[in-house]
Ligand binder design. Structure first.
Ligand code: ADP
Length: 251
């Protein structure tokens, strides 16, 4: 039984339809990237998976042992989050909130789990630091540790590399890949389709121009995949030539 099974999901904001008839499955150990143009509904779908927004129709079911309260979620970073006035340890530990239930405090086991996740992500030494004093890349690692405290088996990540430079982005993707190799199922929204096809074993492409769900190999051979990869190369080239000023003209 898949960990997540979505059947003909449609979602809308008031009367404005955003997603129509989206179906996909996530098996244990998968690394699924959700790609598509800006505004195609990727974040909305993630909110649907987490039960933060109702579905208009269709269903999202979880496999045995998966509870929506125990899914680790790393939302897109907001300006407020960047200035959060707490220590690294406290931010990561807050991922255990859903585990403590009605208890008024965290147990020694939850604290140990938090420290283990910080250490696994290479930031155990920063545990007493103030979260807001960290670099953007370090902050993303803390939020990833927080998501892992909520759930060690399934994490949903919404554009975790937003605002990071290419080197830190590569490092973060490496960490996420390693996590996946240790058995954590990863569902990640990414605007970077190149990184998506390098890292993920499954791709879900949503949008009005194309829709696809299947293996990365199938996506690379599909019309949707070929077209989106071409478009994103063109967009990258255009951005580089604008940044480069008087550099060579790219076609
Ligand atoms: P993506 O993550 O693919 O960029 P989103 O899921 O954020 O797309 O948004 C999908 C569409 O829904 C967009 O047209 C966006 O403007 C609209 N939308 C997003 N959030 C809201 C909201 N809170 N209220 C109304 N419309 C929204």
């Amino acid at each position: 039984m898949p960990q997540i099974s979505a059947r003909k999901v449609s979602m809308s904001y008031e009367k404005k339809p955003v997603l129509e008839d989206i179906s996909f499955e996530v098996e244990q150990g998968d690394y699924l990237c959700i790609v598509g143009e800006n505004g195609s509904g990727k974040t909305t779908l993630m909110k649907g998976i987490l039960g933060l927004m109702p579905l208009k129709s269709g269903s999202i079911r979880f496999g045995e042992g998966v509870n929506v309260n125990h899914i680790g979620y790393l939302p897109q970073q907001t300006v407020v989050q960047k200035d959060f006035p707490a220590s690294v340890f406290e931010v990561a530990l807050s991922g255990c909130l859903n585990r403590i239930g009605l208890k008024p405090f965290y147990s020694a086991q939850e604290k140990k789990r938090t420290l283990r996740n910080l250490e696994m992500l290479g930031i155990g030494n920063l545990k007493h630091k103030s979260y807001k004093s960290l670099s953007a890349g370090q902050q993303q690692r803390v939020l990833l540790a927080r998501a892992l405290c909520a759930a060690e088996k399934l994490v949903l990540l919404d554009e975790p590399a937003t605002g990071l430079d290419p080197i830190v982005t590569g490092e973060l993707y490496r960490i996420i890949r390693n996590l996946n190799q240790t058995g954590v199922t990863v569902v990640m929204i990414s605007h970077d389709v190149r990184a998506a096809v390098e890292n993920a074993n499954k791709i879900l492409h949503i949008g009005s121009s194309a829709e696809f769900f299947g293996s990365t190999e199938e996506y690379l051979r599909s019309e949707a995949g070929k077209k989106f990869l071409r478009q994103s190369s063109r967009a990258e080239n255009a951005a580089e030539s604008t940044e480069g000023g008087t550099g060579p003209c790219r076609i």
